[in-house]
Design a protein. Structure first.
Length: 163
C-alpha cells in the first residue's frame, strides 16, 4: 500500500512558516552586523568575505564533502560495516567544522594579529584541534564498542528457564 505524497501548499510549503523566515532573516542580519562591527571600516571586505565564503562552500566544499561521504559509504559497504557510518561521520563532521571555523588560527597565519587583538598567544591552536579531533574519534569509537557489546549480549541465545 502506497502512502499519498504530502502536498506542498504554495510558497509557504517551500519557504516555511513566517516565523521561520523571520528567524532566518534576523540571524542573517545579526551575522552581517557582527561582521561589520568586527571589521569596522572594512565593509567592502566583509561583504567580499561573506560572498566568497558562500561561493567557496557551495562550489568547492560541498562537492568535496559529498565525494568523501560516497567514498566512505562504498568503503564501509564493501567491508560489510555500514552500521559504522554514523560513528565515522560524527567526529569527522565536528572536526571539519572546527577546522573550518578556526582555520586561520590553526594554520598559524594570523597568530600575530590575534595576539594583538586578544592579548593572548595565537600558538597552540593546531595542537588543541588535533587533541579535540582525537577525543571525538576516541569517544565515537567507545560508543561503537559499547553498542556492539550491547547488541552481542542481546542477541545471545539464553537457555530456557527450568521450572
Amino acid at each position: 500500500m502506497r502512502r499519498p505524497r504530502p502536498r506542498v501548499r504554495g510558497l509557504r510549503g517551500v519557504l516555511g512558516s513566517p516565523y521561520q523566515l523571520l528567524l532566518l532573516a534576523c540571524s542573517f542580519a545579526l551575522a552581517g552586523y557582527a561582521g561589520v562591527r568586527l571589521l569596522a571600516g572594512e565593509t567592502v571586505q566583509v561583504l567580499l568575505w561573506f560572498v566568497g565564503s558562500a561561493l567557496l562552500h557551495d562550489l568547492v566544499l560541498v562537492p568535496l564533502y559529498a565525494t568523501a561521504d560516497r567514498a566512505l559509504v562504498r568503503l564501509l559497504g564493501a567491508c560489510g560495516r555500514r552500521e559504522w557510518l554514523p560513528y565515522v561521520r560524527g567526529p569527522a563532521l565536528l572536526s571539519g567544522l572546527l577546522l573550518l571555523v578556526w582555520f586561520p588560527l590553526i594554520s598559524g597565519r594570523v597568530a600575530e594579529r590575534y595576539a594583538g587583538a586578544a592579548g593572548l598567544s595565537g600558538d597552540g591552536f593546531l595542537a588543541r584541534w588535533l587533541l579535540v579531533t582525537a577525543v571525538l574519534c576516541a569517544g565515537s569509537g567507545a560508543l561503537l564498542v559499547a553498542r556492539s557489546l550491547r547488541l552481542r549480549r542481546a542477541t545471545k541465545v539464553r537457555p530456557p528457564a527450568s521450572h
